[in-house]
Design a protein around this ligand. Structure first.
Ligand SMILES: C[S@@+](CC[C@H](N)C(=O)[O-])C[C@H]1O[C@@H](n2cnc3c(N)ncnc32)[C@H](O)[C@@H]1O
Length: 204
């Protein structure tokens, strides 16, 4: 399935560009969850790239981000958006230079990455909410293209085996935990979503 003609991903204009130019910063809940601190920004594998917003916001603050997307139509939208942003001036070119897009299922791609990421970010399609009027148009269009992600727990298991430092699961604020996973080490709560953070403990 291909995306409708009027469905474009835009890192430069729209809400995302505005947030980058006027807000942003390392204090955003996403950045706290991923572990931005005083040291160098982490290498992040975004296992569910989707419309690339989280990846862009992380790269805008200096992180290198590997974006993995399995839906061919969504991958194509992302590739076009990255190319357009790269041509939109030196600021955007520097950000997109930190973003690497890989097609495929993250369950098979993550274990084959040439460099193990510090952080794996997992943001599967969220279960539908009761009030569909609250769901933004672009998320509805995305759902039409990719459907649900019933294998999210399996992806989380691979993410936990891959990340060097932490795995971050973005999930609806009030939804239950995914079955079969350990409890998160801590949570960062937003208005409608939360970040469940799983710290990786290495054997010594
Ligand atoms: C909710 S969206 C992610 C939105 C994204 N965080 C953003 O900021 O735009 C979920 C996306 O992850 C993709 N996805 C889900 N499971 C995946 C997997 N195992 N491997 C690669 N992509 C996956 C879906 O196709 C969908 O495009």
């Amino acid at each position: 399935m291909t995306a409708p003609d009027d469905f474009v991903v835009d890192f430069v204009g729209g809400a995302l560009g505005y947030r980058h130019r006027h807000g942003g910063g390392k204090g955003q809940a996403l950045h706290k969850a991923v572990g931005f601190g005083k040291g160098p920004p982490p290498l992040v594998a975004d296992a569910t790239a989707g419309l690339g917003r989280d990846a862009f916001l992380l790269a805008a603050e200096g992180a290198r981000v590997i974006l993995i997307e399995r839906a061919p139509a969504v991958h194509a939208l992302l590739a076009e958006a990255l190319a357009r942003a790269a041509a939109a001036g030196p600021d955007y070119a520097a950000i997109t230079a930190r973003m690497t897009l890989i097609p495929g299922d993250a369950r098979t791609v993550l274990p084959t990455l040439p460099e193990r990421p510090d952080v794996v970010l997992v943001d599967p399609m969220h279960p539908p909410r009761g009030n569909s009027a609250l769901v933004k148009k672009e998320m509805r269009l995305l759902r039409d293209l990719v459907g649900a992600d019933p294998d999210a727990a399996e992806l989380m298991a691979v993410a936990l085996d891959t990340a060097l430092k932490r795995v971050v699961l973005k999930w609806p604020l009030r939804a239950g935990f995914l079955p079969g996973l350990p409890r998160p080490s801590h949570q960062i709560l937003g208005k409608s979503t939360r970040y469940d953070v799983f710290m990786i403990h290495h054997e010594t």
